[in-house]
Write a protein that binds this ligand. Structure first.
Ligand SMILES: Cc1cc2nc3c(=O)[nH]c(=O)nc-3n(C[C@H](O)[C@H](O)[C@H](O)COP(=O)(O)OP(=O)(O)OC[C@H]3O[C@@H](n4cnc5c(N)ncnc54)[C@H](O)[C@@H]3O)c2cc1C
Ligand code: SF4
Length: 478
């Protein structure tokens, strides 16, 4: 049987950032196998085939509970880096200490200060663009790329809220890098035609060319072999046949639906495993402007509003992050096509124990995502969105604020099903993403988040992967 130091499952952010951290300090003889269930499709082919993310088919995922709830992600080399939009805010310090600060949810076992270095490193790797002088959270160094241009409506919001409205930090390049073109604001980010956003393919090409790393695409991990509290390797399917491989360390980076599913398939029985399936709740508000035109920005989403995010309201209802969009849509009024603004209100949810991932009892070859609804905590803020929009825009040249659209069926931000914590009774992994019960099993990705900040999750999950790799290297376990 082949044997590797690390066998990794999935080739998205969670795995790739961990391996980046690991390989930096690993010896020349280190052996890493990466199994990716989906195909390897290069950027140019993705464009030719016009690949777009959509809800997974019946063979991949079963759904139960709220029939309107969807989950989307992309399967293949690079995971959802191929279809993500590259919005990269950090979390706020209080996001990681929600219970201490506001008496709800949970505290994370790792605090903001401990993550700061890793946030910086992840921002460097993704070449994040954003304002040099201002951020809503502490930041020890300016972002590596300058900010994108604001639109004119953004400038008005910045003048009204100088300390609460910012250029959105983003992995959509402001200036060209060796591997990426500058973003040209055509707002097709799920399939960026000019390869401006960070992806695993353009950002980690070196990692997957490293002679210590073997990548198998179209290779599906079926079950981790766990005995006496140790992961010994795993079973996977490749080219129509089943194979067995031995590993010193198993790294699971298959996202918050497949991470718990694979652990359940592998016989893990932690009480909290699979529970808390969650993501943010969001809706758009369209605004007719009065004599102000939009779309001068240099990327798809230009502004970030923190006026409804942190504060005492979080004792009873969720934080809300506002995005201002510079996407090319129009107002259907002749001569006023550009006097319009689209705002997205993104709301924190509290994970509910009844929302969960299980093995589908009728089709055990796929996970079942059971979702009964968002928390009252999130819905209370959703109901207030018309008031929040009115407050945000008061005093600005606005002709009409349209009622919010229907809450969106998904943000594409699946989280919280293998939560991190200090107590094995209510969490599955520790602050270093290591399973409480199987000490050579790392479960990376947003599945480890104990709570759901309104901030997009990927920069934080990348920072957690770098943090986990450093901790393991420090402990001598890998
Ligand atoms: C349309 C869209 C837009 C988004 N925009 C943003 C954004 O702007 N900002 C942000 O922060 N986040 C965004 N996200 C979310 C972001 O893409 C995810 O947070 C991120 O991709 C998660 O990374 P991951 O590595 O944990 O999982 P994934 O990217 O989902 O990668 C997991 C990989 O594991 C593979 N896998 C699964 N099961 C197996 C198995 N059994 N064997 C082998 N391989 C397996 C999958 O095929 C997949 O390739 C967006 C998501 C979508 C869908
Ligand atoms: S706005 Fe356009 S160029 Fe920029 S990342 Fe999105 S698709 Fe690419």
């Amino acid at each position: 049987m082949d044997s590797y130091h690390i066998v990794a499952i999935g080739s998205g952010f969670a795995t790739s950032f961990f391996l980046h951290g690991y390989l930096r300090a690993a010896p020349p003889g280190a052996k890493v196998l990466v199994l990716e269930r989906g195909p390897l499709i290069r950027h140019a082919d993705r464009i030719k085939r016009r690949l777009a993310p959509g809800p997974p088919g019946e063979a991949i995922l079963g759904r139960a509970g709220d029939p309107g709830k969807e989950w989307i992600f992309s399967m293949g080399f690079g995971g959802s880096s191929n279809c993500w939009w590259g919005c990269t805010p950090r979390m706020m310090p209080n996001d990681l200490r929600l219970r201490s600060a506001y008496g709800v949810g949970r505290d994370w076992p790792v605090g903001y200060d401990a993550l700061e270095d890793y946030y910086r490193e992840a921002e460097e790797i993704m070449q994040v663009s954003g304002s040099a002088e201002a951020a809503p959270y502490p930041r020890s160094r300016p972002l590596p790329q300058p900010p994108h241009n604001f639109s004119d409506p953004d400038r008005l919001l910045k003048a009204k809220y100088p300390a609460l409205f910012f250029n959105q930090p983003t992995a959509r390049a402001r200036v060209a890098t060796g591997d990426r073109s500058p973003c040209c604001a055509n707002s097709m980010c799920h399939l960026c035609p000019v390869d401006a956003k960070f992806t695993i393919e353009n950002g980690f090409a070196e990692l997957y060319r490293d002679p210590r790393v073997v990548l198998l695409s179209d290779a599906e991990a079926l079950e981790i072999d766990i005995a006496a509290g140790t992961a010994r390797g795993l079973r996977y399917r490749y080219q129509g046949r089943e194979h067995q491989v031995a590993a010193d360390l198993v790294l699971l980076g298959a996202n918050a639906i497949f991470n718990p599913y694979l652990l359940l398939r592998s016989g893990m029985t932690d009480q909290a495993l699979g529970r808390g399936l969650a993501e943010q709740l969001s809706t758009f508000v369209e605004v007719d402007l009065e004599g102000v035109e939009n779309f001068q920005g240099s990327t798809s989403i230009t502004g970030h509003g923190y006026m409804f995010y942190d504060g005492d309201h979080r004792r009873t209802r969720g934080a809300c992050l506002v995005e201002s969009w510079n996407a090319p849509y129009f107002r259907l009024d002749p001569d006023r096509w550009r006097e319009t603004l689209s705002l997205k209100f993104i709301i924190e949810d509290l994970p509910q124990e009844g929302n969960r991932v299980t093995i589908d009892p009728s089709r055990p070859e796929r996970p079942l995502a059971v979702f009964h609804g968002y928390s009252e905590y999130a819905q209370a803020t959703l109901r207030r969105v018309p008031d929040l929009a009115a407050e945000l825009l008061a005093g600005l040249p606005v002709e009409r604020i349209h009622p919010p659209g229907k809450a969106r069926a998904t943000e594409g931000h699946v989280q919280c099903t293998v939560r991190m914590g200090t107590d094995p009774a209510d969490s599955v992994v520790d602050a270093g993403l290591v399973s409480h019960r199987v000490r050579n099993l790392v479960v990376a990705g947003a599945s480890a988040f104990p709570t759901v900040s309104p901030a997009n999750p990927t920069l934080t999950l990348a920072a957690l992967s770098l943090h986990a790799a450093r901790r393991l290297a420090g402990s001598g376990s890998c």
